[in-house]
Each structure stands twice: as C-alpha cells, then as structure tokens.
Design a protein around this ligand. Structure first.
Ligand SMILES: [Zn+2]
Length: 637
C-alpha cells in the first residue's frame, strides 16, 4: 500500500469532530474538549511527555517491536523478536498516547509516530490482515491457527483504538484506513463464528462504529460478547474461566479468571450496551460490578489477587503481599467504571475510578517516569529482596521494561488521555466527574477549574462562557467526602448533595464563581470480617489517596511491629514533604513477639510500648528510594 498523505486539521475542525462523539443509550455523554492545566495530573502528563514516552520509544526500539514489522519487508527476514504474539500492541498503545501528545502540539515524538504508521501501512497484508508474529514467511505458524492464544483480535483492538485516537485528535486518518481494512476482514471472517481468547476488540469495534457510523462493527462487537461461554473457543494452555468462556457473559456469577481479560470484556460489553440499550447486558454488568466492588477489589482499587494465571481470586481473597493487581487491570477497571458512569450517571463508578487512578494505577510508574511495576502488592516483607534482589537476577522495585511489556505503554496512553475523564454532559448540564485544574469546553459552556486536588479539597470553578438559558453545573461529591460546603459568588449555598452530586442550576454569567470545599481528614479503614488477610489491621487514607508506611520512615520499629490505635489516628497530622502531602502518626512499637509461629492463645498480658512519630506516604509514591519493607495495612494490636 503506498504512503498516503494527510493534512492536519485545524484545532477547530478537530474539536468539531471529537465533540460529536455521542452514545445512544447513555445517561451522560463524554466531553472531549477538556484540558488539564495544573496540579498533580498535569505533572503526570508532563512527565509522560518528557520522560515516559521517550523512555518507551527507546525500549520499543531496543526490544525489537519495530524490527518485527520491518523484517517483513526484507527478502530474508531475521527471526521475530520476543515470545508473544501480541507485541504489536505495545506499539499501538504507544501510538494511541502519541496521538494525544501530537494533537496537543508536542512535536517531539513525531518521527517515531511517522515511522511506525509508515511501517504498518506497508506491512499490512493484501486482505487486511496485520500481525507481525503470524505474518512470518519463514515460520510455520499461520494466521487464526489458535484463536484462544493467538491474540489477533486483541491486536486489532489496540490498532483500532490508536487509529481512532489519531483520527480524532490529529485528523490523521492513515491508521484508521489500516484499521478499517483489518476490521472488515474480521467482520467477514468472524461474522458467523469465532472469537478471541483475549477480549479487547469489543470496546474497539464500538469505537470504530462511533467513528465511522458503520453499524457492522457494533454488531460484530455484540456477537463477540454473546459468543463467550457458548463452547466455541478451543481452550489452549489455560482453562475456560481464565478466558471468561466457561459460561455466557450474562450468566457469570462473579468477575473471574484473568483479571485484565475480565475487565476489558466488561468494558466492551458496557460499550455495546451504550449503543444498543440491551438491558440484559446492563443488568449483568451492574451485578458483576457491585459484586466486584463489594468483595474483590483491593483498597487501592487493584483487581486480581492471584499470581497464578494473573487471576481474580475468590470473594474476600485479597492478601496484601500477594496482590497481583496488574497495572493493565487497573486501567481496564477505570475503562469499565467510566462506561458504567456514562450508562447511568452514577457517581459510585467515579469513586472507584478515582480510587484506581490515584492508587492502583499511579503506583505502577516510578516517580521519575522511567520504571514500572507489573504487579502492585500492598505489602513488602522485610526479607523480600533476598528472593528478588539483583543477585537473584531480578530487581526489587520497578523495572525499566518487561519481556511482556503490556503495562508500560498502557500507562503511556492512559496518562495522555486523562483529560477525557474530567467532565461529562447531558442536555442542559455539564458534570464535573473528576477534580483537576482544568479547562472544560463544550458547545454550551466553558469552565476553568482551579484546585490542588487530591492534595487538598478546595475547588474553584469559574464560568468563562455561559449559556443563554438556565443551565446546570453538576459537581461530583466524592464518596469519601463529608461536611461539604459550597458557595456561588461568595454566597453559601445549600451543599446538601442530590445523591452523590451537587446540582447548581441557574442562569450563569461569565465570571461567576463556584467554590467547593471537601474537608480531608485522615481516615482509617478496617476490612470486612471475611477478609482474613487484613484482620486486626487498619489502612490510612486522606481524600482519594491510600497511604502506606515504608521502613525508611519507621525508625521506631520494623513496619511489621508498628501499632496504631484510634487516638493515634484522630491525632494524625498532615504535612508537606517534597511535592506530596504525608501523614504524621504517633505509632507504637509492639513489644517483642513470641518466636513461635503458633503460640498458645491468648498470649501473655500486654506490655508497655515505646512510641514515636511515623510518616505515612501516599501509596502511589512508595518504592522510589532504597528497597525496603512496606505496609498499607498496619496492626492495631
Ligand atoms: Zn499489563
């Protein structure tokens, strides 16, 4: 296929395009005309552009992801680099993030973007097929030989998402043409039968329907959801529940199997609901969501407690030191949450979104933006490094890259698009879904949001452009917030929220100002009595942030011997350290414990304890210094 040319759209044309994304059955619509202008999320986005993206590009080149494509243009191709059939998706996810960066005027990654897009255009097969692992003239493998493990539709899904992002944000339709050719092949081949072992393409096909208006993509997405659990996939390597393919989606008793697959599937099913209004699908989604939040999410929002099969465990099986909680699963849960919010307008989904964003997702990246966790435990034992230290061939903390590098480029694309999750709208109202310093622009209204959230709970919203008619400003009240106060132009107004929202409806004028205050006391959370692994411990939180204690901040005792009680929590102080808000808690050191693993119960009477101030840091910032023990859950006795 020859190189095509394209001309960048003006920002006005782009805005007109991506402002037009609507869903059929949703209670609220996404707002794509938001930009994050300051604060923590802005720092994260800047770090993404200056550190994580250049690092990712360098690693993708070194790992051979590009040569896996370019080798297909050589007469005598070198072997495929890497073990997995989904390595093209690392490029697609990166391209998706770059589409946002380039669309926002950051030209730095242009060369890489152009190189990869050019390669993809040239490597795509005549019939539209594209996967560098299977398109290998020298290898015995053939396309579609193993739908359960081949990841070919998963690959297509990420290609589509990159293509839609490039078309919407940059007005560049070259990737979209590549994606459409592959999608059309898939609709022809899978129209009657077949599905992929790794869900992802469902979300993407619905997005392709939204972008092109071609209903066949939506129908195909629905087919893939409906076919799961009907005995059509020959399972290789793993059992049926790993693929969520042991029972039909609507009959799943609980979220189960491989965590990333589960949450991508649910997000895709939610997208199908958003466009078809199929209540049977939504009823299943709501039931699965509520069950997950009630019994299967870590306090950080992490999903998946089993290293074996990267799987979700039984209800209440949430051991902190064995949390798998893959970074990709965190992103998938946010995708699912956002779609449930679009479907219902329900703020509880945003509470989960926010919990994941600031904890399970953010912890996956180092402070410098160049190293990654794949799994995200909530506890490190003091002897952990003895097993995973450099001498054992591993690294005790985050790593620069992985052989299976699904998480790093997933972090990149998600960071780049955070502004898409700041606001939503419905007829006659705009909703602020997540608080960040931002500019929010819709056809009806333009708002400026100023806040240092999540470090403090003061928010100022200024109307910059007002609608002619009465209009609703609908402000989310986070689930953790109490005693919220609000004022319009300095006049206190009833802050009694309407459910989880504060709705202010009136005729607005440019310059009107709304101030909100969400008090952020230090909170302590216990856990459900069935959650045996954290019984007798508490976790500290403030606003949406979960806190943890690292050994370097606990001179008093091993973090395993730290004890905090109710008075200590009530007296906890808050202070600034570097660019973060940390907690100061007067903790006690437990007296020496019996060396016996199973001493007789109850043990000897309580002994006096020594006490000292101890610093708790936001969980997402742990592990940026010397490796050491860490706990989210701290003993109460
Ligand atoms: Zn991953």
């Amino acid at each position: 296929m020859p190189h095509s040319t394209w001309k960048a759209m003006t920002s006005k044309q782009v805005k007109a395009r991506f402002g037009a994304v609507r869903t059929t059955a949703g209670a609220v619509r996404p707002v794509s005309g938001a930009r994050i202008t300051g604060g923590l999320l802005h720092d994260w986005q800047r770090r993404n552009g200056t550190a994580t993206i250049p690092h990712t590009i360098e690693r993708l080149r070194a790992a051979g992801n590009l040569t896996n494509l370019s080798r297909l243009l050589e007469p005598d191709p070198a072997p495929y680099r890497g073990l997995y059939p989904f390595l093209d998706t690392d490029l697609y996810k990166t391209l998706e993030g770059l589409a946002y960066e380039l669309g926002d005027g950051d030209e730095q990654p242009r060369e890489f973007y152009e190189e990869v897009v050019g390669l993809l255009e040239r490597v795509q097969a005549e019939d539209g097929y594209l996967n560098s692992f299977f398109q290998d003239p020298a290898a015995a493998r053939k396309p579609w030989q193993d739908p359960a493990w081949g990841h070919e539709l998963y690959n297509l899904g990420h290609l589509i998402q990159a293509a839609v992002a490039a078309n919407r944000r940059m007005g560049d339709d070259r990737l979209l043409r590549v994606a459409v050719r592959f999608a059309d092949l898939v609709v022809r081949r899978f129209g009657e039968e077949g599905l992929c072992g790794h869900p992802e393409v469902e979300m993407a096909l619905v997005e392709l329907f939204r972008e092109t208006g071609e209903r066949r993509y939506l129908i195909q997405a629905g087919r893939f959801v409906d076919r799961r659990g009907t005995g059509r996939l020959k399972h290789s390597i793993f059992p049926g529940d790993y693929f969520q393919d042991h029972v039909p989606f609507r009959e799943l008793p609980s979220v189960t199997g491989h965590a990333v697959r589960m949450a991508y599937l649910a997000a895709g099913a939610a997208d199908v609901f958003l466009e078809t209004g199929d209540r049977t699908l939504f009823d299943a989604l709501e039931r699965l969501w509520d069950d997950m939040v009630a019994s299967k999410l870590y306090i950080t929002g992490g999903l998946g407690s089993r290293h074996s099969d990267e799987a979700i465990g039984d209800r209440y099986e949430l051991p902190p030191e064995r949390a798998y909680s893959e970074t990709c699963a965190a992103i998938a849960v946010m995708q699912w949450a956002w779609r449930m919010f679009l479907a219902t307008g329900g703020a509880k989904y945003l509470d989960a979104f926010e919990r994941v964003l600031y904890n399970a997702y953010a912890v996956g990246l180092s402070r410098d933006g160049r190293a990654f966790f794949y799994d995200n435990p909530l506890q490190r034992r003091p002897d952990h490094e003895q097993r995973s230290g450099a001498e054992a061939g591993g690294e005790p903390l985050r790593r620069a890259w992985f052989g299976c590098a699904c998480c790093p480029p997933n972090i990149v694309r998600w960071m780049a698009q955070l502004a898409d999750y700041v606001a939503a709208e419905r007829d006659g109202a705009v909703l602020i879904a997540n608080y960040a310093a931002a500019r929010i622009e819709t056809a009806a209204v333009a708002l400026a949001v100023e806040t240092a959230y999540p470090w403090d709970g003061d928010v100022r919203v200024t109307v910059e452009r007002a609608p002619e008619e009465a209009y609703g400003l609908v402000l989310r009240v986070p689930g953790w917030a109490a005693n919220v106060t609000a004022a319009v132009n300095g006049e206190p107004c009833a802050a009694e929220p309407d459910g989880d929202w504060l709705t202010l409806e009136r005729r607005w004028a440019a310059g009107d100002e709304v101030r909100l205050h969400f008090p952020m006391p230090v909170r302590a959370h216990g856990s459900h009595p069935y959650l045996d692994a954290t019984r007798g411990t508490v976790s500290l939180a403030r606003g949406p942030l979960v806190y943890c204690v690292e050994q370097r901040d606990s001179p008093l005792a091993s973090v395993d011997d730290l004890v905090i009680g109710v008075p200590d929590i009530a007296a906890a102080g808050v202070e600034r350290r570097d660019d973060a808000v940390v907690l100061r808690v007067e903790a006690a050191a437990a007296p020496p414990v019996s060396a016996e693993l199973y001493p007789e119960y109850p043990g000897p009477p309580e002994q006096p304890r020594t006490r000292a101030g101890t610093t708790f840091v936001p969980y997402f910032l742990w592990g940026n210094g010397d490796p050491g023990a860490m706990r989210v859950w701290v003993r109460t006795s």
